[in-house]
Design a protein around this ligand. Structure first.
Ligand SMILES: N[C@@H](CCC(=O)N[C@@H](CS)C(=O)NCC(=O)O)C(=O)O
Length: 207
């Protein structure tokens, strides 16, 4: 199995399925493409993926593009990895929150890009981004209260992969968190898998 991923310090979309692959213990090789090079990036990714965007997963002659579709494919192909919660109600909540992240929070995404090589600093957030932050924190608190933690739906799931880049954005731009939300964000940023990605991202920036 091969995964096309973009520049590790920036690519939130690539980080999500990469975390799912790692957490599931699935052997894979990475094809790392430099983002933000315009046509050159599209052409490079386009050699494998019709979307010309990272990430894309190649499994034999099958190519799956889009981070959520890749995670769903992995969850179906490796049920023993339990990438979604076993309980149907928790699984429905997990999918709702991952899909909400996948399709929303545009203000936060636009204003606070992931930048794993940058030192944390305090950013004055726009009203739109503050609204996104409040909604995310509320969602985290609701789900942690329902599941009992330590991750959003109990055990680590794809939903946590979707919120790991968010935790990184909160850290980089000095978003103040407290209580369960703060502990959860810290938990996401200290998993061995995220730390491995972060090490690569920092090394990549220095290369
Ligand atoms: N909805 C897609 C979004 C993919 C996407 O926008 N990828 C960005 C990287 S994070 C990309 O390839 N951009 C090209 C570039 O930056 O040059 C997904 O979830 O996979």
């Amino acid at each position: 199995m091969e995964i096309v991923i973009g520049t590790k310090r920036w690519s939130t979309w690539s980080l999500r399925p990469w975390l799912a692959l790692k957490r599931a213990g699935i052997p894979f090789t990475e094809i790392l493409v430099t983002l933000r090079q315009g046509e050159a990036t599209s052409a490079e990714i386009g050699k494998i993926s019709p979307s010309k965007l990272a990430p894309a997963l190649k499994d034999g002659d099958l190519v799956v593009w889009d981070s959520l579709a890749i995670c769903e494919y992995l969850a179906e192909k490796y049920p023993e990895a339990k990438l979604w919660p076993a309980d149907p109600a928790l699984r429905a909540l997990a999918r709702s929150a991952a899909a909400e992240m996948h399709s929303g929070f545009q203000a936060l995404r636009g204003e606070c890009p992931m930048a794993l090589d940058e030192a944390p600093r305090k950013l004055e957030l726009s009203e739109g981004t503050q609204k996104d932050v409040r909604k995310i924190v509320e969602r985290w608190e609701q789900l942690l209260a329902r599941s009992g933690g330590p991750f959003l739906l109990g055990e680590w799931s794809i939903t946590d992969a979707f919120f790991t880049p968010v935790a990184s954005r909160f850290r980089t731009y000095g978003v103040d968190l407290s209580g369960d939300a703060k502990a959860y964000a810290e938990r996401l940023l200290t998993t061995p898998e995220f730390l491995e990605w972060e090490r690569d991202a920092i090394a990549e920036a220095k290369a």
